[in-house]
Write a new protein. Structure first.
Lengths: 101, 174
């Protein structure tokens, strides 16, 4: 069995689906944040697989930028999480229902 | 089976298993530790895909910085597992949406697999620091500078968000 691009893309799709499942079914804010990280990483994997198979390094540079955005996202996400913890005293997403009509 | 195939299978199975454990683990600490495993498996896959610099960055930034930050927050806030009462209907809806996303991606990949490129031979230094740096500091120079502003904004934003509010003992009274 030869490993081809499609295998890497399928693996990235599976990881993305698992991350989406975590975002949609978990109620713990910090685990939701980690699931988002998982989804970002699966997209990075498909970028790098495509870079290898198109012999184009620019896709790898894009991954570099995605990493920067992910780092910023985690920093701000954790700050929001801490202020939610201070205001509501819980990590449950259900505590954030102020916009519910 | 070649060595590359075996390595791919091991790393792929490891990544999927740890990812499943991340989203199903009841405690946040467990999730964070399994996420480290996923990141290491992905870094291994990056090496297989001739991206050694990004593999190093993946380990340093994710396993080294982001997960440590997550673990610090979990421990400082003393977070434990919370009661996750999610109604059955919503849980099934979430699984269906995630499954449909997965199915759509699968179909797109399988139907397009005939036009996917094969394994071309790579130029010298592909994925190494020098080559990536050349692209980063010429073609993507403005984007690179913009990232520095983004990181600064994220840092200031994080500090502003977690700052103690007035009346809590801080000397800033606004």
């Amino acid at each position: 069995m030869q490993i081809e691009l499609a295998h890497y893309l399928l693996l990235a799709a599976v990881l993305f689906g698992i991350g989406a499942m975590g975002v949609l079914t978990r109620k713990n804010l910090i685990i939701v944040l980690m699931s988002v990280e998982l989804m970002l990483n699966s997209v990075n994997l498909s970028f790098i697989a495509l870079a290898r198979h198109a012999a184009d390094q620019e896709a790898q540079v894009i991954v570099f930028f995605v990493l920067c955005v992910a780092a910023a996202e985690v920093a701000v996400g954790l700050a929001i999480l801490i202020s939610v913890w201070r205001k509501r005293g819980t990590m449950n997403i259900d505590a954030l229902s102020a916009l519910k009509g | 089976m070649g060595l590359e195939t075996i390595l791919f299978l091991i790393l792929a199975i490891g990544a999927v298993l740890t990812a499943l454990l991340v989203v199903t683990s009841p405690s946040p600490i467990g999730s964070a530790l399994y996420l480290v495993g996923t990141m290491f498996c992905l870094a291994g896959l990056y090496v297989l895909l001739s991206a050694p610099f990004l593999a190093a960055i993946q380990v340093i930034v994710y396993a080294g910085a982001i997960i440590v930050l997550l673990l610090f927050v979990i421990m400082l806030l003393n977070l434990r597992r919370i009661e996750e009462t999610i109604s059955k209907g919503w849980r099934i809806a979430g699984l269906v949406v995630a499954g449909l996303t997965l199915f759509a991606l699968f179909m797109a990949i399988v139907r397009g697999s005939s036009v996917l490129p094969g394994m071309p031979s790579l130029p010298e230094g592909f994925g190494k620091v020098a080559e990536l740096g050349k692209i980063l500091f010429t073609k993507y120079l403005y984007a690179f500078e913009a990232t520095s502003v983004l990181l600064l904004a994220a840092m200031i934003g994080a500090v502003a968000l977690v700052r103690k509010e007035s009346g809590e003992g801080g000397k800033d009274a606004n």
